[in-house]
Design a protein around this ligand. Sequence first.
Ligand SMILES: [Zn+2]
Length: 207
Amino acid sequence: MPPQAEDTTTSVSARRWAPIGMAAGLVLVTAAGWQWLQAGSHAPAEAMTPEATTHSEEDFVPDINKTEEQWQAELTPEQFKVTRQKGTERPYTGKYWNHKEPGKYKCVCCGAELFTSATKYDSGCGWPSFYAADQPDNLHTEADRSWGMVRTEVMCKKCGAHLGHVFDDGPQPTGVRFCMNSASLDFEPEEGSGEGNAKTPSRKDAE
Ligand SMILES: [Zn+2]
């Protein structure tokens, strides 16, 4: 009887500490999770690095879904081949690789704003190249393992158009190179570019 009582005492004291240890562990895990969430919510600056937004194909469903026939009717054969069949135009042949006008570059399929001339640079690769996206939320990236290479494909998030690839050999401050197909892009010149500031207000003319 007495030895048994002693055993009970020791095991009770051990049990008394166990929940405290578990609770402390839980607090640590919760704190770590919260910090991770906080870091995640502050991540947009890093969001466009090749790895950061790479998703599996099953995850991605574009907002705009049209049939192959519909796209074919709306696009030129070259645009269709590149954007809907993941083609690549030959370097130095597209209309924007050496294009330097100020303005916006949009998705040729759906008009989503993607890049601007402000981050376009001469990469020497023969395709229009940008070191940053103007509207990162309009871009979707995923791993592309075709042609025996592992690359990061860039697509329009709204309509799923293939735009090109993103590489990590770009200039600072981002270090990335968005290598796009001209056939995937539509250019909108900056309003009033090349014109002086002096202009006649049309409202006054109406009075
Ligand atoms: Zn699009």
